[in-house]
Design a binder for this molecule. Structure first.
Ligand code: PLP
Length: 472
């Protein structure tokens, strides 16, 4: 346990040693064995460069670009690069945000505030849209209209039918996180334009790899600002642009569309606050690190990384197809491999893969979609993919030998029944008390069986249980 406020300061070397020891308990961020959360290009020297750039600007405050023009210059460079990559033109403007969730919240805010006369604004999304849209709707008091998908893709006629007089924004994914498929953006854009509604493309996940995949000849629909009717698009630089965490770009087709995104307040005795994004004080560190990453890799480098990613996806997808007991759940057309069960218990399989050093992301059943395993594939996986293929066969055999998880009969639980004491008891009973999360099949099976509201309550309670201050 770390005492963050020791009586007397501790030597820097010791502090760093402690931090490194703590980091030793994390999943590996490099090495092509973690298929979620991190994006690793496996480019020598890139980490060191990004860290050095981060240090140059860590103390700079994005609050006031007239005081720190370096940050303004870097942000304008990042927005310019994103606009060039994503079909923008001379009218395109944008903002640098802290991540995909912030970019989506701001796209929704801009749309809501552009329509002050609509008192009950609504947001239309396909059911595969990222959860951050639900968060945006919740934070901003916008109603969320979730439209069922067809073959995992947003369904244009159904989206059209969901648009009403109070709709301020329609959104789609390029690609969706869960399955890695690209929604039919041109069709939805045409509908949104005809109805006079803003249309946001969430390319947070894949926006920095899709353009390169298309250049490499992968057959994917147009999805960016080159499509008439797309009014905004977001792309996370901390995903496939391989920048350190904390940077996304939100682009708008023109300045008029961006204006309601800003927050301005002069009604207090302090400085007039003008914020384009949610944070006010912002570190220049992540932004400088992103600029360094983009400039170091360059356009040709990203093309090469996309080619490696593509090869890795093919190897993994072939491995899934060749392995008894699992099947590809979605076409592996971008940078995701999503697999479903064809006989084995997927949650047991995920544990068996983890035991072999492969960390995947189980996804729970949703509506009529079965549970799946998600693999976010990055360029580093090109080197490890052949080994994964062999281990997948062994893991599937082991999972079959273990058989499916049999849940004991559970008392009927409702979200209202979840208390901190019950969560503590459940966590202990499921073996999570000691912080060992390597055997998750029973937990995942339980969560998978729980209706969404109960799952939310259980996991909220569990996170709250984990988030306890250190007491000495
Ligand atoms: C499609 C999509 N949109 C939005 C987000 C949210 O991004 P962040 O986690 O950076 O807030 C993600 C994250 O994976 C995503 O995949």
């Amino acid at each position: 346990m770390i005492d963050a406020l020791p009586e007397k300061g501790v030597a820097g070397e010791q502090v760093l040693a402690e931090l490194r020891e703590l980091r030793g308990g994390d999943l590996p961020t490099h090495g092509g064995r973690l298929f979620a959360y991190v994006y690793d290009p496996a480019v020598d020297g890139l980490d060191e460069l990004a860290r050095a750039a981060y240090a140059v600007s860590a103390q700079v405050n994005g609050l006031d670009p007239t005081a720190f023009p370096s940050l303004l210059a870097m942000e304008n460079a990042l927005v310019g690069a994103a606009a060039r990559l994503l079909g923008g033109d001379r009218e395109t403007v944008g903002s640098v945000t802290s991540g995909g969730t912030e970019s989506l919240i701001l796209a929704v805010k801009a749309a809501r505030d552009a329509n002050p006369r609509i008192t009950n604004p609504r947001l239309v999304v396909p059911s595969t849209a990222h959860a951050a849209f639900a968060k945006a709707a919740h934070y901003l008091r916008v109603e969320l209209d979730v439209v069922p998908v067809h073959d995992l893709l947003a369904d244009p006629p159904a989206m059209a039918a969901a648009i009403g007089p109070d709709t301020v924004l329609v959104a789609a994914s390029a690609p969706s996180y869960a399955h890695g498929v690209v929604d039919p953006v041109p069709e939805i854009a045409a509908i949104a334009a005809e109805r006079g509604v803003r249309f946001h493309v969430d390319a947070c996940f894949g926006g920095w790899v899709l353009p390169y995949l298309r250049r490499l000849g992968v057959d994917l629909p147009a999805f960016d600002l080159s499509v008439p009717g797309v009014t905004s698009i977001s792309v996370d630089l901390h995903k496939y642009a391989y920048a350190p965490k904390g940077v996304s770009v939100l682009l708008h087709r023109n300045e008029e569309l961006r204006l309601p995104q800003y927050f301005a307040y002069a009604g207090w005795p302090g400085y007039t606050m003008i914020n384009p994004v949610i944070s006010s004080t912002r570190s220049g560190g992540p932004i400088a690190a992103a600029v360094a990453t983009l400039r170091s890799i360059g356009d040709a480098g990203y093309l090469d990384l996309a080619a490696k990613t593509r090869e890795a996806v093919s190897i993994l997808a072939d491995a899934v197809t060749a392995t008894d007991g699992v099947r590809l759940y979605a076409p592996a057309e971008t940078s995701v491999v999503c697999l479903a069960s064809d006989g084995v218990d997927l949650f047991v399989l995920a544990d068996e893969l983890a035991a072999r050093g492969w960390h995947t992301q189980p996804q729970m059943a949703y509506a009529d979609l079965p549970p799946t395993i998600h693999l976010t594939v990055t360029a580093s996986v090109r080197a490890t993919a052949p080994q994964f293929a062999a281990d997948l066969t062994a893991a599937a055999e082991a999972a079959r030998a273990r058989g499916p998880i049999e849940l004991p009969p559970l008392p009927p639980l409702t979200p209202e029944m979840i208390t901190p004491a019950l969560i503590a008891e459940l966590a202990e009973g499921l073996g999570l008390g000691g912080g060992d999360f390597s055997q998750m099949a029973a937990v995942n099976s339980l969560l998978n069986a729980a209706p969404p509201a109960l799952r939310e309550a259980l996991l909220t309670g569990f996170l709250s249980l984990l988030q306890r201050p250190v007491t000495q």
